[in-house]
Design a protein around this ligand. Structure first.
Ligand SMILES: C[S@@+](CC[C@H](N)C(=O)[O-])C[C@H]1O[C@@H](n2cnc3c(N)ncnc32)[C@H](O)[C@@H]1O
Length: 205
């Protein structure tokens, strides 16, 4: 299934899709990957977590179409690939508190000072992700850009996330963690990666 926020969409975007009906039983936990790129994370996630559904949203149509093709060939029934801007699609796709996890891996850094406001993890997106997660759900954020990481940790804590590693701190790579396409390069070269594991507090509403 692939659709765009620009096309006549097969899923009506004026209401949240009935994910349980679309994906069928058994009821599985929903996770969102924003900016799946070449899909290394999603393609490994599918077979590793048959009990969970990952919706991968990628704004570049070619990347999304290539990933969709691989998903179809590998018959990965628990992956959904969508193309469009996640900032527009996410609030239309998911009701508040419906996601068990959101994954943001190596978002575009937008180096130039005048472009920094284009970064994906801004105040609006931090609040949106927090709202879409269920209490206890988590955000898995990774970047190779230290400045982005330091800005994100501050911003996400300010938005109301609890930092599983302690305020202002970064997480270690977990032994079971699936690397994204880009991350595989950094693991091979030893280039540092900053990781955040942020949780929506259970008592938040
Ligand atoms: C640097 S790449 C990283 C790709 C992948 N996550 C990885 O780690 O290999 C960032 C990706 O995010 C996508 N992207 C950027 N902004 C987006 C948005 N607002 N919605 C969906 N995808 C987005 C880009 O098109 C690009 O494929």
């Amino acid at each position: 299934m692939i659709f765009s926020d620009r096309d006549e969409a097969p899923i009506a975007l004026d209401m949240h899709p009935d994910w349980a009906a679309l994906l069928g039983p058994p009821a599985r936990e929903l996770e969102l990957e924003i900016g799946s790129g070449h899909g290394g994370y999603a393609l490994a996630f599918g077979p590793r977590h048959p009990d969970r559904v990952l919706v991968a949203v990628e704004q570049r149509r070619k990347f999304a179409a290539d990933l969709e093709e691989k998903v179809r060939k590998r018959k990965l029934g628990n992956l959904v690939v969508l193309t469009g801007d996640a900032r527009i699609l996410a609030p239309r796709l998911f009701p508040e508190g419906s996601l068990a996890a959101v994954h943001v891996h190596f978002p575009d850094p937008w180096w130039k000072r005048r472009h920094v406001r284009r970064r994906l993890v801004d105040d609006g997106m931090s609040t949106l992700i927090l709202r879409l997660l269920r209490p206890g759900g988590h955000l898995d954020f990774r970047t190779d850009v230290e400045r982005y990481a330091r800005d994100a940790v501050e911003r996400l804590e300010e938005a109301g996330f609890a930092n599983a590693s302690g305020p202002g701190r970064f997480a270690e790579r977990g032994p079971e963690e699936i690397p994204s396409t880009r991350e595989k390069r950094y693991l091979a070269s030893g280039q540092p990666v900053w990781r955040l594991r942020m949780t929506r507090p259970r008592e938040s509403r």
